[in-house]
Design a protein around this ligand. Structure first.
Ligand code: ZN
Ligand code: ZN
Length: 280
């Protein structure tokens, strides 16, 4: 029932603006229960999120299981061996069931009003990255997917973060040249092949990226393959540095083999020649 009320409330809000604020109570975007204030989660949904906080890997942001496992400057075993292409990766929370209740509607059900809530949590998780960024860029959608969805959820997050940090946002600097298939069912090498060469930089933006510290934004980091492919392209184009920020990340370290295979393929010079796994 809360679900329906929530949909009604949000739909009416969108069409009738603030006139309804006095009539329809704000709803928790996680469960639809009434909440005080706008764009807030209820206490239960907030407590259900697994926020990522230190200690975590200085490179990829992977949370360390043990509180005293490492100093703030240290990297996880996978990053010590073969770090990702992006310099620092951060996420606001773990992509678990509670996170999916926010991310999936935001991504697939037009719940674009969730962007400020997610943006606030992301900004809190990565204030140094935002402070040091010269320019913020979203991971792009392919135009066919953009036409179907009508918005790029990563661009909404990037715009919200840029507004909070007072930084410029280039929503169209990166292009997705082809629609990649969902990466979840592919092997690590398959994921790497799927995203490598999938992206391009818009010609008119190349000059704008020179010597800039960039922050790439996406909703979810699964294997890191997509963010890594974008970072590689941007660094090759002359960016001074690239960091990555997502709302939620899948924390399974086994997915990190993407980064390792990406490096191994580059070193081997041909796909599939060398699979260097260092972390299982
Ligand atoms: Zn709730
Ligand atoms: Zn790491």
């Amino acid at each position: 029932m809360w679900d329906r009320l929530h949909w009604l409330s949000q739909g009416l809000r969108r069409s009738a603006g603030i006139v309804l604020d006095g009539l329809m109570p704000p709803c928790c975007p996680g469960c639809g229960a009434p909440v005080h204030g706008i764009q807030g989660l209820c206490a239960t949904c907030f407590a259900a999120l697994t926020f990522i906080s230190a200690p975590y890997c200085a490179r990829c942001g992977l949370p360390f299981a043990l509180p005293n496992a490492a100093s703030p400057a240290s990297a996880c075993p996978a990053c010590q061996t073969r770090p990702p292409v992006f310099q620092r990766g951060r996420a606001a929370f773990v992509y678990d069931e509670a996170a999916q209740r926010l991310i999936l509607p935001f991504k697939h059900s037009d719940r674009t009003e969730l962007a400020p809530l997610l943006g606030r949590l992301m900004a809190r998780a990565a204030s140094p990255l935002l402070a040091e960024a010269d320019l913020i860029l979203p991971v792009p959608l392919h135009r066919s997917r953009l036409a179907a969805r009508r918005y790029n959820q990563a661009a909404l997050l990037a715009l919200d973060l840029a507004r909070r940090a007072g930084k410029p946002c280039a929503v169209d600097a990166l292009l997705r040249r082809r629609a990649t298939v969902p990466l979840g069912n592919l092997s690590a090498a398959g994921r790497h092949r799927e995203v490598d060469m999938a992206f391009a930089i818009r010609t008119a933006m190349r000059q704008r990226l020179q010597g800039q510290r960039l922050l790439i934004v996406d909703d979810v980091m699964t294997s890191g393959a997509t963010l890594n492919a974008c970072a590689k392209l941007l660094l090759l184009a002359g960016a001074a540095g690239v960091d990555a920020l997502v709302a939620a990340r899948v924390p399974d370290p086994r997915l990190r083999e993407d980064w390792q295979i990406g490096h191994a393929l580059a070193e081997a010079g041909e796909p599939g020649k060398s699979h260097h796994r260092t972390h299982e």
